[in-house]
Design a protein around this ligand. Structure first.
Ligand code: GTP
Ligand code: MG
Length: 169
C-alpha cells in the first residue's frame, strides 16, 4: 500500500505590530477557552499548525509586525502559498495596512492574499466591506480574542486554500 503523504500548505500572517496575528494563531491552533490579552510583540516569527484533514496540514507562520522585523517579510511572503494580512479596523491602521500591501505588491504577485479586519469588537471599527474597499483584497471581519470566532477563522483559512489542495469534505 502506498503511504499517504501529508501535504503542508504554508500560510503567512502579515501586518503591523499589535494587529492580532499571534492572537489569531492561538485562536486557530490551541484548544484554549480564554485568550491572553496582554501584548507581547512577536520577535521575528511565530508559528502554529492547523490540521485540515488526514492529508493536509497548514503551517501558519506569523511575521513579527514591529518595524525592526520587517526585513524578514519578503522572504516569508515569497515562500508562502497564501498571505493573510491582519489589520486593526480603525481608519489609521487600515491606511497603514494599505501602504504595506502597496509596498510589497511585487513580492505578493502570484500569492493568494486575503485580509482580516480584526478587533471588530472595538466601538467605531470600520466594517469589513469598507476595509475591503480600501485594501482591494477579499476581507473578512474577525474578533481574534473571542473563542467563538474559532470556526469562522478556520473556515477562512480552509476556503482560502481550497483551490490549492484536495480537501476531503
Ligand atoms: N479588543 C480586541 N483586542 C484584540 C483582538 N485581537 C487581538 N487583540 C489584542 O491586541 C494585542 C495585540 O495582539 P497580538 O496578537 O499580540 O498582535 P500581533 O499582530 O501578533 O503583534 P506583533 O507580534 O507585534 O506583530 C493583544 O493585547 C491582543 O489581546 C480583538 O479581536 N479584539
Ligand atoms: Mg505577534
Amino acid at each position: 500500500m502506498a503511504p499517504l503523504m501529508t501535504e503542508y500548505v504554508k500560510v503567512a500572517l502579515m501586518g503591523s505590530g499589535y494587529a492580532g496575528k499571534t492572537t489569531l494563531i492561538k485562536l486557530l491552533t490551541d484548544g484554549v477557552k480564554k485568550l491572553e490579552c496582554n501584548y507581547q510583540p512577536t520577535a521575528g516569527m511565530n508559528c502554529g499548525t492547523l490540521t485540515i484533514d488526514a492529508n493536509t496540514k497548514v503551517s501558519l507562520i506569523e511575521m513579527g509586525g514591529q518595524a525592526h522585523f520587517e526585513f524578514l517579510w519578503p522572504d516569508f511572503m515569497r515562500g508562502s502559498q497564501m498571505v493573510v494580512v491582519v489589520t486593526e479596523s480603525n481608519p489609521k491602521a487600515v491606511l497603514k495596512t494599505r501602504q504595506i500591501l502597496e509596498k510589497y505588491k511585487t513580492e505578493l504577485q502570484g500569492v493568494k492574499v486575503i485580509a482580516v479586519a480584526n478587533k471588530q469588537d472595538i466601538p467605531g471599527s470600520m466594517r469589513p466591506e469598507s476595509v475591503q474597499d480600501l485594501l482591494g483584497v477579499p476581507t473578512y471581519g474577525m474578533v481574534a480574542v473571542d473563542p467563538k470566532e474559532r470556526l469562522n477563522g478556520y473556515k477562512l483559512i480552509v476556503n482560502g486554500i481550497r483551490d490549492m489542495v484536495q480537501i476531503a469534505s
